[in-house]
Ligand binder design. Sequence first.
Ligand SMILES: *Cc1c(COP(=O)(O)O)cnc(C)c1O
Length: 429
Amino acid sequence: MTDRNEQLFTRAKAVIPGGVNSPVRAFGSVGGVPRFIKRAEGAFVWDENGKRYIDYVGSWGPAIVGHAHPEVLEAVREAALGGLSFGAPTEAEIVIAEEICRLVPSVERLRLVSSGTEATMSAIRLARGYTGRDQIVKFEGCYHGHSDSLLVKAGSGLLTFGHPSSAGVPADFTKHTLVLEYNNVAQLEETFAQAGSQIACVILEPFAGNMNLVRPTREFIRALRELTAKHGAVLIYDEVMTGFRVALGGAQSLHGITPDLTTMGKVIGGGMPLAAFGGKREIMDCISPLGGVYQAGTLSGNPVAVAAGLKTLEIIQRPGFYENLTARTKQLVHGLKQAAEQTGIAFTADSVGGMFGLYFSGSLPQNYADMAASNIEAFKTFFHGMLERGVSFGPSAYEAAFVSAAHTEELVAESVAIAADVLAHMASY
Ligand SMILES: *Cc1c(COP(=O)(O)O)cnc(C)c1O
């Protein structure tokens, strides 16, 4: 049988670096050939061989109502018929901004952009412009898109400045970024004690999802809010992944915290390129044309993307949506843990709303180092075993995964049964 995925991968590599338009898609960290997706519907994706997978990637988060939801498609079609882009304001932009401000009360003013990277990059420029300070704080293992000052890894000791984690990023940029350990309250306190008056902002994933799912502790969350407030630094919740995913009001509603700025993306575009940053009016009013912080975009607030986002936001507010999503996600996590227990494999799992993490480890990770100490090889074996049997997870141990409203109780039970089989095979080696 000819493998179309393999053929397409070879062809892609001749014109696209590594054959992909975003590195994780190349399967580099799990090995093998990426699946080229032909179409998706509900909880399923089909590859170019015509093979069907139960999909827990969900386009890395946006597909919360299921792929190709008929109502979202209709909204997109209708908007597209009215024109694809105007480069001028529209009423629909106001409607989605009003909706987001209502659902996320910390957001008093909001600006639309086209990607999560743009949202975090702009929020950081704004925090620097507002405070007149240069230093920023991020946490190891949190991903905030690929702008220069965020592609940073930790230095060798406490309070050393970060080093570029990508070639092409000048050290002069990353010297303004302090990289701390997630959930390390003492280190955060010491950082503010030493450098508090120079810190423009702290940015974090309020439930980390880019080092697999890692929960913040209560103390960590409280310390972040108190220390930033005390030292006049802006607290940025990067909710590009968690926004409308862990709860209707995002992670901040679960934490009971009011951040100064929030970034959003993924779910708010419903599968189209749409993201946003927003927050306190006093800070947001520093943006051009009102203030001196420049930010712009030819396709910002694109009418077709806004239509997809608005319809998605409407669907997720229907009665029982999050109860159901959370219950299905818990069913999956519980089932997987039970299946692993019977095999004796060191494994655990966790979820928040419609987001979950699987760990080949005896305990839940608290930070990036914990995650890196888990059994990455076991994940690779599990990943390929599941893919082979028609269940798709993200091709890296460091990614959270996602359930959609289209994942029925039966599909989740089927996924668990398949996982039990894969884990039993793994245990027999
Ligand atoms: C995905 C993600 C981003 C980047 O969003 P893009 O749309 O891929 O640029 C930023 N922050 C977090 C937390 C993300 O999960």
